[in-house]
Design a protein around this ligand. Sequence first.
Ligand code: UD1
Ligand code: CA
Length: 465
Amino acid sequence: MSNNLEVIILAAGLGTRMKSATVKVLHRAAGRPIINYVVDLASQVSDKLPIVVVGHQREAVQKWLGDRARYAVQEEQLGTGHAVLQAAQVLGKAGGRKILILSGDVPLTRPETLQHLIEEHERSGNALTLLTMRLANPAMYGRIVRDSKGAVTRIVEAKEATQEEKKIGEVNAGIYLFDGDQLFDNLRRLSSKNAQGEYYLTDVLGILRKSGKRVGAVVVDDPVEALGVNSRAELATVESEIQRRVVEKLMAEGVTFRNPATVVIDSLVTIGPDTVIYPFVTLEGATKIGRGCVLDPGVHLHNVTVGDNVHLKSGTVAEDAVIEDEATVGPYAHLRPGTQLGKHVKVGNFVETKKAVFGDGAKASHLSYIGDAEVGADANIGAGTITCNYDGVNKHKTIIEDGVFIGSDTQLVAPVRIGRGAYVGAGSTITKDVPPDSLALSRVPQKVIEGWATRRREEFKKKKK
Ligand code: UD1
Ligand code: CA
């Protein structure tokens, strides 16, 4: 890592082609705004905070990045050259330093590629070394013009290019490494007399060449590294590339994917070895999965911490929850924020939980709502049990102590506490605390009328005649 390297990230543009109310660099790919990938990249090659040039929605961008960057403001978007010049306020005299320029909308560059660019710049003694790529369809990218000896002489923007120049397949990736003393003075010499009336950063190359300075290019092998996000279609391409990298990394770490093309996994998710991920699993936010787990089809987790050897069955949906080792959840369970399941817990089909803490070995196997509750270790909650936590105004807590047995179809009207080891008979509506080791029942006593059905059938027969 070079101490002598400053990084400028251009992020002042709105991104008109995104057709969005949100500034382009805050659009998300694999769960994070694209600018985050660029800031991460900067931190991998320089130990100084990058300078982000902000303009459109600059409060939102600055609020999001906070102290992960320094900021320069470009009040009016007069072009990429003008944008870089705004960083001079923050940098002061740049002489003696190297300046790396990245675009806030180019998130897929690998740190090794930048490292290579830095090495090449130092080896060659260039005033400017830039990253280029070869594209079958160079579209809107700036074309790299080389002379008969192969030296880069200038960059011509697509909008200015002649028919001949448009055929050039080598294009500007928008990533530049400058010697500090060659940058700001030359930016002040730029003119905006061009098709877009903008100060093009790319014109500095021609200026440097004319004053006899050396300019070089490093051609990146994989053009995806320089893919810019200018439209929703490009955002989708970037997202799928990040997904591909995430899954590839996880597989290298020992995770099995039954069908990797179908999963959606945010870039910060971690998964332990020997975990098996079935198709159509979505893992978002800061989700962490342990080792030896099985995630069946259709599991959807957001900010969930999962221990080891956990089985999440089909259709389990969880958010802001913790699931400890050896637990089993689902199929079709819904763990809402504040759910914590201890070791060996079983939460079965059509069970919904919210702010519910289950002790080790507790079970709610079928069709329950457990909200604002503490469930003790090894407690067993019968099918159809409901914690009535809401009185129309306030939420109240249900406490079920260790080893409690709640019979099926019970309503626990909170606030209420079921003491350790107690039983609640099936079909009860519990409105008062139950002492430990007792049995609570609230059903209407059963009545049996013998012969009633026989008599009724006989009455029916008579009527039919
Ligand atoms: C630019 C290059 C082009 C290159 C391409 C690679 C110029 C003139 N052209 O074109 O040669 O092939 O990138 O992706 O540089 N920005 C500002 N302030 C401005 C204008 C732009 O901060 O006044 C920022 C944008 O927010 C964006 C970046 O600079 O993050 C690039 O701008 P964009 O308009 O996308 O440039 P391209 O047309 O893609
Ligand atoms: Ca762009």
